[in-house]
Design a protein around this ligand. Sequence first.
Ligand code: ADP
Ligand code: ZN
Ligand code: MG
Length: 662
Amino acid sequence: MDVGTKYMYQRNPNDRPNNLQRPNPNGGNNGDGGPPRSSSSRLIVRTLIVVGLVLLGWYMIQIFTQGSSTSNANAIEIPYSTFYQEVIAGRVKDVTFSGQDANGNFKLLQTVVDVTGQNKSGTSFHFTQLTNGDPNLTTLLNANGVSYQAKVASDNSVFLSILFNLLPWALVIGVFFFIFRRANQGQQNIFSFGKSKAKVIMEDRPSTTFADVAGVDEAKNDLVEVVEFLKTPGKFQKLGGKIPRGVLLVGPPGTGKTLLARAVAGEASVPFFSMSGSEFVEVLVGVGASRVRDLFDQAKKAAPSIIFIDEVDAVGRQRGSSINSNDEREQTLNQLLVETDGFDTRQAVVVIAATNRPDGLDKALLRPGRFDRRVTVERPDWNGRLAILKIHAKGVPMGPDVDLVAIARGTPGMVGADLANLVNEAALLAARRNLDYVTQYCFDEALDKILIGAERPLVLTEEDLNVVAYHEGGHALTGLLTENVDPVTKVTIVPRGQALGVTQYTPLDDRYNYSKEFLESQLVTALGGRAAEQVAIGRITTGAENDLQRVTAIARQMVARWGMSERLGTISFSEREDPFAGTSLATGSREYSEKTATIIDEEVNRIVKWAYDIAVSLLTTHRLTLDRIAKDLRLHETLDARQLRKILQDTGSIESAPLSYR
Ligand code: ADP
Ligand code: ZN
Ligand code: MG
């Protein structure tokens, strides 16, 4: 019934991803850039059009202003004396004075010597008046029939011409600024305009303690060290011990990850800075990265302190895994990597991140020195559920008939948040009925309400639980009675991830080489789940799908890759696949004939059938033990190695267990 009888094989420490570039430590922007962005080329075309239009407009304005301007660019600059001569000669039509400047037109096209001594032809001229004016000028102009007028120098047209001259420049500069900014948004934000937009992160000193968190003892134990470090960072540093820096809390929603992080801060009485991953990946490019920076800056200033990043998967998803890669998210992730790397070892800042989807996380996040500590927060078993119920029932007056043990037993699969909600609903029902305290009936009603509600928690029926108990019992018992297999350390029917139950084996050493006997034992124990369903219940369920995939993969590799079939002989048909990946083999390039393929299939079938028969016969012989394990699993939900051994002793099956086990 489990999708994944869990094997805790050590990963090869050298197996680090090397395809991911380290982020540039002083920029936060990895230089390799993203995929080509077609939108950016469209942007360039659009801005070119805008620039062209602006330039065109500018030219038109120029022509317009020239026409009406007092200072005509085509006018010949003539000396004052020449102007006098031309007037006397009767060749000047009109003149306009504005301040020191004077502009005028000849009656006809005229060739004159200009101020630089050159001959110039034109119909209009400009000259500069004498500083103190010329009292005879008007008389002279009147005498020669020249029409004249005066204009105030600081006239509207001057102002307008200044405006018309500056406006295009302002536009051009504006457009360039715009392009520049757009171009930079894909890169690092050199204007760092995110700074002011970053939310002020409130310093928070939670009063939550470990006493407020129940049912997740393993996670609590893992976090005790972090608390110790934050309380007395000096002690750790003096001893040169490895300082915890990044902790990744992994678990289904509502199991208390946020609560645990706050409890760590509360226990160590240090400030708690929190932000959710989805808050980082917001609106403007560059804001996320600057928020990360602000967050870390604040926390460092307040050290010792805790930074909590909820929903880290929102930022930490594998880079480049989707087609339309999100620059903003990658930039934020890079900043996060830079910041977690950038801690001084003297700074007592611990980063705790939480996620319920650890699989898709960017591998760079999980490297040593970053979030290399993983704390799993499991769904609670019934003891845990009872403890959680007690915590939440504390402030609520309970009637004498309330049986928290029965409630805990009746809510398999529920997590802390579900139970908190259950107590709350029961209290609301009691209030609605004007009761002085919550009765068992209120709890029953509240449970019904929650179970038919929209967000139905994972609660299995009695019948399903029975099947799961026998299935996992079968895995565990075959594991206990088989030689050459890793010891069974724990079996549980508390759902984990996709799995409805899990049997855990812990390898004694790291294994890099598997013997044929080890692999055969693997097949027997993997088939133990389904065999138990057949032996004890008489019908089989779909719950063994994952087991069967694993079994088929191992058997196939034994035959086709490791030459473990006598019929085919010691030949490898070079099918490379992780033997424990549980995936079916690729049917890509085959290097053998149809006939060989048929023999491989037959051999795989034979081996699997052989292993299944062994499992069935083991479980039939030890049926009483199987029943007992299933019963105890229903009762306790989780059995550890000690409890399992006790059962074997009680039922006499211990005699059949491998010597190492007795
Ligand atoms: P997560 O962050 O894992 O989604 P939370 O920490 O936000 O879960 O839990 C939500 C609420 O549910 C908590 O505030 C608390 O009231 C309750 N709760 C969850 N887990 C536990 C627990 N293990 N012990 C006590 N209360 C819990
Ligand atoms: Zn199974
Ligand atoms: Mg949470």
